[in-house]
Unconditional design. Sequence first.
Length: 292
Amino acid sequence: MADKPYVPPKVWTWESENGGQFSGINRPTAGARFDQDLPRGKHPFQLYSLATPNGVKVTILFEELLALGIKDAEYDAYIINIMDGDQFGSGFVGVNPNSKIPAMVDRSGDTEIPVFESGAMLLHLAEKFDAFIPKDAAKRAECLSWLFWQVGSGPFLGGGFGHFYAYAPEKFEYPIDRFAMEVKRQLDVLNQHLANNTYLCGDDYTIADMAIWPWYGALVDGKLYEAAEFLQVADYQHVVRWSKQIGEREAVQRGRMVNRAWGELSEQLHNRHDASDFELKTQDKLEATELP
């Protein structure tokens, strides 16, 4: 505990230097900060995102739909650099007033439909193409229950544990212990369920898996917050098995690359407009063509 406990003032005031790694972009107000139109491509769906766990959910679904041969699911994906504040441009805010990635415009019908929040985007696409969501009423309810489990649980892992363990300017025992306990409880929920199920909804691979895998799969794979040893993630053997099984899917591997701006250059596809971009326009190839 701190030497002097924090006593909240009667009225909270914003200290712009607070916020750790994200202090440069976080403010207590919403809305656009500058004028900037969004780029538009030729495909029915326009995606504006970054390959964070929330962004990866949607690119995985797009690539899975295309792998089924659903050509109407073709999309253009444009990178949104959240550390540079791209999400506060007027065009992006016009699609997502909450200024968070991912955001999408569905232009497949007579009227353009803006969609934001990754869970809503997964449900919108799954229902539109009648894929990766069960038709049976009971199974559908189960799928939606796990989808919204992730929507409700994810902030404890990301904004809670991830922030205080990895991003806060100082480390404090209480919040780290509080959120570590909750994340381990969540992993145990998944582990017990996956002990008797191949995927979250039994034998069916669904949008529930696509929502949960980028967060909890990355965690047990040691790719999130460098916290694998701290949380003893190897103990959750059924989650590890499930994560490996999903990670081996080719569509998942492609989805992870889209709008990615870190890691191996060969795994970064900043903007995606065609299936051939995975072979021709990854960052290693683009940078090689720029060499003198």
